[in-house]
Design a protein around this ligand. Structure first.
Ligand SMILES: C[S@@+](CC[C@H](N)C(=O)[O-])C[C@H]1O[C@@H](n2cnc3c(N)ncnc32)[C@H](O)[C@@H]1O
Length: 240
């Protein structure tokens, strides 16, 4: 639908200002439109690097498959992720948390400067998402394990798109000045007071891999209290 609208107006360029999952930016890219995906979340930037910035034609598919297979074969180990999200809280089964710890460390040490870095991080995030024990948001986890949480974590190579695009991370209200003129702008800001930073704090931590101090039953990041992690778009008064 949004892709059809962009095509109907003959758009060659677009910006997806609150890109989140990047699914709208992906649709624009699929239509051959050069898209800039912008969001303040680290996980959104990683998704944008994977799906919007990376040109599928430039990726060695065999190298990617081998990397995914090697990461899937790693034995688990206890680390911050297991301690925080499987023991102090119950977002994931420990068997999967331990695999996340091992795989995330291996991505950081083996692929930090590789073009595969955002692709492998995306594969890990999506794999963890398939075995989590929440209703989607990470404000809380389920009292009883979700059936899917019992499955084994398994990375799959993400479906990449041909073409190029751009990713930007930061506060849209200031960063928007740095976006070049575009034919179409799509804006999907937060629609209530609930903050994406705390709703998806596990993904933020998994992508940053910064082992933050945490608080409360949900083990939210301590920097959730900082002004820098608040968005004017979550406030009825500040948003306009
Ligand atoms: C309603 S969601 C967008 C969903 C997206 N259209 C999708 O399909 O996944 C709002 C997004 O705005 C982002 N956001 C919130 N405040 C922001 C800000 N000040 N600057 C940039 N992005 C912001 C959040 O991280 C979240 O991804």
């Amino acid at each position: 639908m949004l892709g059809d609208i962009a095509m109907a107006v003959g758009a060659r360029s677009a910006v997806d200002v609150f890109t989140g999952t990047t699914r709208v930016a992906q649709e624009f890219k699929r239509r051959g439109i050069h898209v800039t995906a912008l969001d303040c979340a680290t996980y959104a930037e990683v998704l944008a690097q994977c799906y919007v910035v990376t040109d599928a034609a430039s990726v060695d598919k065999d190298e990617l498959s081998e990397a995914v297979a090697a990461l899937n074969a790693l034995p688990g180990k206890v680390g911050y992720f297991t301690d925080t999200f499987c023991v102090a809280s119950r977002y994931f089964q420990p068997k999967n948390g331990m695999r996340v710890d091992a795989i995330r460390d291996a991505i950081e040490s083996g692929y930090r400067t590789s073009a595969l870095y955002p692709i492998l991080l995306t594969a890990l995030m999506l794999a963890a998402d398939r075995v989590d024990s929440t209703t989607g948001l990470q404000m809380a986890y389920l009292k009883r394990w979700a059936p899917r949480a019992l499955n084994d974590l398994e990375l799959r190579a993400p479906e990449l798109l041909v073409g190029d695009g751009a990713a930007m991370r930061g506060d849209a209200s200031t960063l928007i000045d740095d976006v070049p003129a575009v034919d179409v702008a799509y804006l999907d800001p937060p629609y209530n007071q609930h903050r994406y930073f705390t709703n998806y704090h596990v993904w933020e931590t998994l992508m940053r891999w910064d082992a933050p101090e945490h608080y409360g039953i949900a083990c939210k990041r301590i920097d959730s209290h900082d002004d820098s992690t608040h968005s004017p778009f979550n406030s009825k008064r500040a948003m306009p």
